[in-house]
Design a binder for this molecule. Structure first.
Ligand code: NIG
Ligand code: FE
Length: 394
């Protein structure tokens, strides 16, 4: 069955004007007064509404905007408990230290599979309602072989983009033996998690894991068929970005603290995206990453939520777009591109993040005439409809 959406005021395609289909998301591009046809779960046609062919069913967008579904390439959704008091204390002047991760680890270990599954389902539903049609999900609040294995298995029930983050922080049992913990992460824990995961991640930061430890984790992951991604430069300057680029990581995430050499390394990496997580700076009251410096250097930039109970408890990509525009001085086009095509690049996906013919028909209808309203009307629920693989889900 084919479905036509017509009378679209602005159709963001991320497909260059002279092409109808692309091998992977292209630069920002949009068509005015457009229409789109989906069939068999894919985009079958896009162009001016006046030229649209017939379809089995027709939907009138009434001049509103249609975008590729958001691709949230960084989220930690397998956890129990919450840290509202830690947030309140931070807003009263306490610094963020990532020390709270351990309290979420304790709550997660104590939770049943069904409790974790229910929390995960609630967050995934929140994301979908806000236009996120693909999300990545990390483990990292279990930190034992059994708890990490069940975390990745639960994540795999809701997304193909599962990341093994046994190297989130050293498990409390290994506080005095970080080397022993790294050995576990690279050994039995990896063996138990790799079958459910696509990615391996490490929090490379003072207080978490150093450069050599991070390299060990990433290369063990790679030997088990996982591709690297790295938490880099969140809390201070460090080796994370260099380690990420050396490892051929798909993404270096946070990038709040960057040296000139880090920016150069990302720019010449040929495949390591800088994923910026403005919900973290908002929720930890920290300085935002310098997106303009990265963009000026030609680095591919993605935006993601980092949804987690500590540093960024938002599942909202529209909020992240608004923050990227207002606080990181990205243009509305750059921010929307980063939240769609950028996320697809960060997940090395060619089928999402754009609306070229043949792309997966993941799309968002906004109750607004243009993508700019995501930042122009911050905090307003503008998502009026969501399609996943051509099926209307909200
Ligand atoms: O991406 N940086 C480490 N991990 C999370 C924080 C997790 C937490 O505070 O629970 C992050 O910000
Ligand atoms: Fe994170």
């Amino acid at each position: 069955m084919s479905v036509l959406i017509t009378n679209i005021g602005e159709l963001v395609t991320n497909v260059p004007r002279d092409a109808v289909s692309v091998a992977s998301p292209g630069p920002y591009a949009a068509i005015r007064d457009a229409a789109l046809i989906m069939a068999d779960g894919q985009v079958a046609w896009t162009g001016p509404a006046s030229l649209a062919p017939e379809a089995d069913e027709s939907i009138d967008a009434a001049g509103r905007a249609v975008l590729p579904g958001f691709v949230d390439s960084h989220a930690h959704l397998v956890f129990a408990g919450e840290r509202g008091a830690e947030f309140a204390a931070r807003m009263a002047g306490q610094p963020y230290t990532a020390g709270g991760i351990r309290s979420t680890v304790a709550a997660t270990r104590a939770a049943s599979d069904d409790q974790l599954r229910a929390n995960l389902a609630r967050l995934a539903a929140e994301m979908l309602a806000q236009g996120t049609t693909t999300f990545e999900c990390k483990s990292g609040y279990g930190l034992t072989v059994a708890d990490e294995a069940r975390s990745v298995a639960l994540a795999a029930e809701v997304t193909p983009e599962v990341t093994y983050l046994g190297a989130h922080v050293p498990a409390p049992e290994f506080a005095d033996d970080v080397a022993g913990y790294v050995e576990l992460v690279c050994g039995d824990m990896l063996a138990a998690c790799a079958p459910s995961a696509r990615w391996v991640d490490v929090f490379c930061e003072r207080g978490a894991f150093g450069a050599d430890e991070a390299r060990a984790v990433l290369s063990a992951g790679e030997a088990s068929g996982l591709t690297a991604r790295v938490h880099a430069g969140q809390l201070g300057p460090g080796p994370g970005v260099q380690v990420a680029v050396e490892a051929g990581a798909a993404s270096a995430d946070h990038c709040t603290f960057l040296s000139d050499a880090d920016v150069d390394a990302l720019a010449s990496s040929g495949g390591t995206v800088a994923t910026l997580l403005p919900g973290v700076e908002f929720s930890t009251r920290s300085p935002y990453p310098d997106a303009r410096r990265l963009l000026a250097a030609g680095v591919t930039v993605a935006i993601a939520s980092d949804c987690n109970p500590g540093s960024s408890f938002t599942s909202s990509m529209p909020l992240c777009v608004a923050l990227a525009v207002r606080e990181m001085r990205m243009t509305t086009q750059e921010a929307v591109w980063a939240a769609t095509a950028g996320g697809a690049h960060a997940l090395r996906r060619t089928d999402i993040g754009h609306l070229g013919v043949g792309a997966t028909a993941d799309l968002v209808l906004l109750d607004a005439p243009s993508h700019a309203y995501l930042a122009y009307r911050p905090g307003v629920p503008l998502v009026a409809g969501v399609w996943q693989a051509g099926v209307r889900v909200t």
